[in-house]
Design a protein around this ligand. Structure first.
Ligand SMILES: [Cu+2]
Length: 399
């Protein structure tokens, strides 16, 4: 066994603070490309969601956003009509630095008016994106230019200020890195957006007026199609959670204890950090949590509401489900006579969602994954490197 592996095993038994320092030093060259200089930061990774590109115009970072009708695939075998930005639901991730001046050219390609609100950002009144109150609607085919300077840092988001457009998916993450990185420094930074949809069987357009939801997504994917987050054993990890929908989501992580370090209002003073493994992410809230990934394994992160751990809920339980249905898994010979039967379904779809990030998971793993679930894989260096090589061969980026 190598010295470094012994270090990690020892640290796994308790040395949390020490592990953070060692991990920072170890991962400096292995982590995703990071900016250098006084504003250096670890790029935020948003699995299944692209990053929004920008150009520089006289010191202003300029972003182009189109409000689009999108064909989404929460799972590979089903298409859903959603609305979003730049062809993506949720929209691409904005990643900027405190002090930046930013300009957003927002073009409305929807069949109805829209506006854009910058959630949590202290922008000038006329940039706040509230129809009627601060500006006229952006009509179909129209464009509005928002421009402001960022004096905050933290986890924010942008969204249409029209409620039903929000329920069609019109939201995106807006991360503002601090000028000086927070301490202790995180080696990994991930962003996850939680959404819910009511789409009846044989329908492909969500009912935005519904109060019962049967498709639950993280970054626009339902498990097992959510792409796992990959970290190296010993790294310090930040997760940024954002919720926009009709329900609050108690987000639970296995195998580790985190501290809650931020809200939609920015960084929480260190004296007020509190430990946990389940955080209620209320509608319109953001929460940042941090932990040292010192426990190797493929760990679940999921909403703990039982109905949010399913897909196509309507057809899953009750007498409409055929007890002998092929994908129910093994059942008792007298299953039909047992009160309450059937309840949970186990559908293996490993092949349909195969990708490098899922390499090495236990065969049949996808049977345990549905709805608002994803994995954070705390990998030993060999497995981490193997998966990165597979991704590189596929032409994917690092991370
Ligand atoms: Cu939930």
């Amino acid at each position: 066994m190598s010295a470094s592996r012994r270090d990690f095993l020892r640290l796994g038994a308790g040395g949390v603070a020490a592990a953070a320092g060692i991990a920072s030093a170890r991962s400096a060259k292995a982590s995703p490309a990071r900016a250098t200089g006084p504003t250096s930061f670890v790029p935020v990774e948003t699995p299944d969601i692209p990053r929004m590109p920008w150009t520089l115009d006289n010191g202003v970072k300029v972003f182009h956003l189109t409000c689009d009708v999108v064909k989404s695939r929460f799972v590979p075998w089903r298409e859903t009509n959603t609305w979003g930005y730049n062809g993506s639901t949720p929209g691409p991730t904005v990643e900027v630095v405190e002090g930046d001046r930013v300009r957003f050219v927002v073009e409305n390609r929807l069949p109805e008016p829209t506006v854009m609100h910058w959630h949590g950002l202290e922008v000038p009144f006329e940039m706040d994106g509230v129809e009627g109150i601060t500006q006229d609607f952006i009509p179909p085919g129209g464009t509005f230019v928002y421009e402001f300077t960022l004096h905050q840092n933290g986890t924010f988001f942008y969204h249409s200020h029209r409620p039903m457009q929000q329920m069609m998916g019109m939201i995106g993450l807006f991360v503002v890195h601090p000028k000086t990185p927070h301490a202790p420094r995180c080696d990994r930074d991930f962003g996850l957006i939680f959404q819910e949809w009511a789409t009846l069987p044989n329908n492909s357009t969500p009912n935005t007026l519904a109060m019962e939801f049967n498709w639950l997504t993280i970054n626009g994917k339902s498990a097992p199609a959510t792409t796992p987050m990959l970290v190296r054993l010993g790294e310090r990890v930040r997760l940024r959670f954002v919720n926009l929908g009709m329900d609050h989501h108690p987000i639970h992580m296995h195998g580790h204890t985190w501290v809650v370090t931020g809200t939609e209002g920015g960084r929480i003073p260190r004296a007020l950090w509190r430990p946990g493994n389940t955080e209620l992410i209320g509608v319109a809230q953001a929460r940042d949590v941090e932990f040292v990934a010192n426990n190797p394994g493929d760990w679940m992160i999921h909403c703990h509401l039982p109905h949010h751990m399913m897909n196509t809920m309507a057809s899953m339980v009750g007498p409409m489900s055929d007890p002998a249905h092929a994908h129910m898994g093994p059942v008792a010979p007298n299953a039909r006579q047992v009160p309450g039967y059937p309840q949970d379904m186990f559908t293996v779809a490993d092949d349909q969602v195969a990708k490098p990030e899922n390499h090495g998971l236990r065969p049949g793993w996808s049977g345990g994954m549905m709805g608002m679930m994803t994995l954070i894989r705390v990998l030993r260096p060999e497995m981490y490197d193997t998966i990165q090589e597979m991704k590189a061969r596929q032409g994917g980026g690092v991370g």
